[in-house]
Design a protein around this ligand. Structure first.
Ligand SMILES: Nc1ncnc2c1ncn2[C@@H]1O[C@H](COP(=O)(O)OP(=O)(O)OP(=O)(O)O)[C@@H](O)[C@H]1O
Length: 234
C-alpha cells in the first residue's frame, strides 16, 4: 500500500524550473533512496514533501491526508531530518525537545525520555547542544522528528559524517522503524548505501523521476547503471 504519493509536482525558483511533473510513490514498510546529480532537485523535493517549501502545481499526500488541504494533520505524519539540522545550541537536548513538543502542543508523559532513549542520547540529555558532535546532533534531530510519531521519516544524506558504530545504529534504527509499518525516504550520493540499505531507489533527472530500481542486491554493476542513467538524463 502506498503511504506517500507525490503527483505531478512542479517547482520553479524564479525562472528556473527545478521540478517538472515529478511523481513518486513510497510504500508502507519501505526504505526509498532518492538519487540524482548535484543540483537535480533532491533537497527541493524533500523540503516540499516535508511541507517546508511551497510548490507551483501537483499534489502530495500521505495515505489520504493532503499536504495542501490538511497541512497540520499532514505535517504530524512526517518527520524531516535535514543534513545540517537547525538546533538551539544553548539549550540542552531535554530543553530542546520540550520546546519542540510545546510548538506541536504535545504534552505526553514520558515522550521526551522515550525519544531520547530511542536515539541513545538519554545520558547526555542535560548537556548543552553546543557540546554535541555532528552525529549526536543528527540523533537529536531524529528524536525531535519522532515527537509527533510520524509515519514517514525524511532524511537528507543521513549517514554522512557518522562513525561506523553510529552509522550502524542509524541503519538498524531505520530498519526497525519501517518494520513497524512506517516508511523512510533518504537522499544519498553514496551508491553503496543506496544499494545495500534501500529497498528501492529512484533517480531524478530533468525535474522528474527518470528511473526506479528495486531488488538492488541483484545488480552486479549498480554503480555503472546509476551513472549511465544520470548521464543519459543530464
Ligand atoms: N532557494 C533557492 N533559490 C534559487 N535556487 C535554488 C534555491 N534552492 C535551490 N536552488 C537551485 O535549485 C536546484 C536544485 O537544488 P537542490 O538543492 O534541490 O539539489 P540537490 O539535488 O539536492 O543537489 P545536491 O546533490 O548538490 O545536494 C539547484 O540548481 C539549486 O541551485
Amino acid at each position: 500500500m502506498n503511504l506517500l504519493t507525490v503527483n505531478q509536482v512542479g517547482k520553479s525558483y524564479e525562472e528556473y524550473r527545478v521540478l517538472d511533473g515529478m511523481s513518486l510513490s513510497i510504500k508502507e514498510g519501505e526504505i526509498y533512496g532518492l538519487l540524482g546529480p548535484n543540483g537535480a532537485g533532491k533537497s527541493t523535493l524533500l523540503k516540499i514533501i516535508s511541507g517546508l517549501l511551497s510548490f507551483d502545481q501537483g499534489e502530495v499526500k500521505i495515505e489520504e491526508t493532503s499536504l495542501l488541504a490538511q497541512p497540520l494533520e499532514y505535517k504530524k505524519l512526517i518527520g524531516y531530518v535535514p543534513d545540517h539540522p537547525f538546533l538551539y545550541n544553548y539549550l540542552t537536548a531535554r530543553e530542546y525537545l520540550a520546546f519542540i513538543s510545546g510548538l506541536w502542543g504535545i504534552n505526553e508523559k514520558g515522550l521526551i525520555e522515550g525519544v531520547l532513549s530511542t536515539v541513545r542520547l538519554a545520558e547526555r540529555g542535560d548537556t548543552l547542544i553546543t557540546t554535541y558532535s555532528h552525529g549526536m546532533k543528527q540523533k537529536l534531530s531524529i528524536a525531535a522528528a519522532l515527537l509527533t510519531k510520524p509515519r514517514i521519516l525524511i532524511l537528507d544524506e543521513p549517514l554522512t559524517g557518522f562513525d561506523p558504530p553510529s552509522a550502524k545504529f542509524m541503519k538498524d534504527f531505520l530498519r526497525e522503524y519501517v518494520k513497524a509499518g512506517n516508511s523512510v525516504l533518504v537522499t544519498t550520493h553514496i551508491l553503496e548505501v543506496a544499494q545495500h540499505f534501500c529497498d528501492r531507489v529512484g533517480i531524478i533527472g530533468e525535474g522528474k523521476l527518470v528511473q526506479e530500481l528495486d531488488q538492488l542486491g541483484a545488480f552486479d554493476s549498480f554503480e555503472d547503471l546509476v551513472i549511465s542513467v544520470m548521464e543519459e538524463s543530464a
